[in-house]
Design a protein around this ligand. Structure first.
Ligand code: AMP
Length: 376
């Protein structure tokens, strides 16, 4: 089967690697010359809005998917007229705008932070009255890894904050005082079957995901499954999706949904029977889904900026390093490490995770690991 992907980054790369065992070929539309997925298939190097991008991909592909939600919606809608596209443009419209996303969550009875739309400084002043402080001003579209976000603690900061993001449409969200951040990743296929991955507990710094711990038998697994099921069924979603959740203790508040494979699901490449990438491909190809159960507890550590010495990493038992082949750059995700526990009684697992965090310059997370749900 020929799978066309909009985007040529690491998510597209890992999809193509997962497709190897499924007898699938890949093509990527990506304007960047050095797209890291390009060595794994054909590279159609066009801007997304160039009509040739649409034409080439539609002609080549049996099915089209995408690896990020900033893809222009009109391109996905045009492709849908010519070829099978999963997830649909309806899912993309929901997920690519924080206002649509939060409105949908609330309509489905899913709690979120309080929010208000902001299109001017006057709106921001009114929104602060409605939502309260502290709060976060976020661009509605195109924000990722903490970009396009400003934390507001005092009314004196409003004008500077608006100036830094305007003139784009924004949303103001109340600052949520959460106990932990988790995400639920699931895949839904064309027949409507859903396979849920175990929850991942996530740790961010500066808005960037640093560490995910896969959680076996988390007491809130079913509640999280109920949330993602509602969203998937609402839009008859096909593919892998993630919903990021703030755990408030007595309930969840949804933060955002990703209509694609997700960084907090990378642990599944080594920790689950079928990875999120494989299940995305099976789902969009109209095939039965693979087994999402955990083989062994897994920690995923993002490599931000540069790649550590592979020899040193792999001296730690259970550690597997993924290098996306991207140019090192401050703040850029260039790879990740999956650390897989050796069975259920691996007493060294969390110590090894801490050693790796130290090695990759994320030592400040060690305290969080020691307090994580792993110990409960
Ligand atoms: P986002 O880009 O919305 O996923 O935000 C990135 C990270 O910023 C989240 O994973 C949280 O750690 C933090 N964050 C975002 N929105 C809020 C919020 N309303 N309250 C508290 N923390 C937030």
């Amino acid at each position: 089967m020929k799978v066309g992907i909009l985007g040529g980054g690491q998510l597209a790369q890992m999809l193509a690697q997962a497709g190897d065992s499924l007898d699938m070929d890949f093509a990527f539309v990506a304007p960047e010359k050095d797209a890291c997925a390009a060595p794994f298939g054909q590279h159609f190097m066009y801007p997304y809005l160039d009509p040739k991008a649409e034409q080439k991909l539609a002609d080549w592909s049996d099915v089209v998917t995408y690896e990020f939600e900033s893809i222009p919606v009109p391109l996905v809608q045009a492709l849908e007229q010519k070829v099978s596209v999963h997830p649909s443009s309806e899912a993309l419209i929901l997920a690519s705008d924080r206002l649509n996303e939060k409105t949908m969550f609330n309509q489905e009875g899913i709690e979120t932070a309080k929010f208000a739309t902001v299109d001017s400084l006057d709106d921001l002043v009114a929104a602060v009255k409605q939502v309260g402080l502290p709060a976060i001003l976020k661009t509605r579209r195109d924000g990722y890894d903490g970009k396009g976000q400003v934390v507001l603690r005092d009314e004196s900061e409003l004008a500077v904050a608006w100036e830094s993001l305007s003139p784009v449409a924004c949303i103001l969200e109340s600052m949520v005082n959460f106990e932990r951040e988790v995400s639920i990743v699931a895949s839904r296929n064309v027949s409507g079957d859903i396979a849920f991955y175990p929850l991942a507990e996530n740790y961010h710094r500066e808005g960037i995901l640093r560490l995910s711990l896969s959680l076996q038998n988390d007491p809130k697994q079913q509640e999280a499954e109920g949330i993602i099921r509602k969203v998937m069924e609402k839009v008859e979603y096909v593919g892998t999706m993630a919903v990021e959740l703030f755990d408030l203790g007595d309930k969840f508040a949804a933060n955002e949904l990703s209509p694609r494979v997700h960084n907090s699901g990378h642990w599944s490449m080594d920790g689950a029977e079928a990875s999120q990438f494989k299940n995305h491909l099976l789902a969009i190809a109209g095939m039965p889904l693979g087994d999402t159960s955990i083989k062994n507890a897994t920690a995923m550590i993002n490599l931000i900026g540069d790649i550590p010495d592979k020899g040193i990493v792999e001296q730690i038992p259970g550690a597997v390093l993924y290098d996306y082949g991207k140019e090192p750059r401050a703040g850029r995700k260039v790879g990740h490490i999956n650390l897989v526990a050796n069975g259920d009684n691996d007493k060294n697992f969390l110590d090894n995770a801490c050693k790796l965090l130290e090695l990759v310059g994320q030592g400040e997370l060690i305290d969080s690991v020691n307090k994580s749900s792993f110990y409960k």
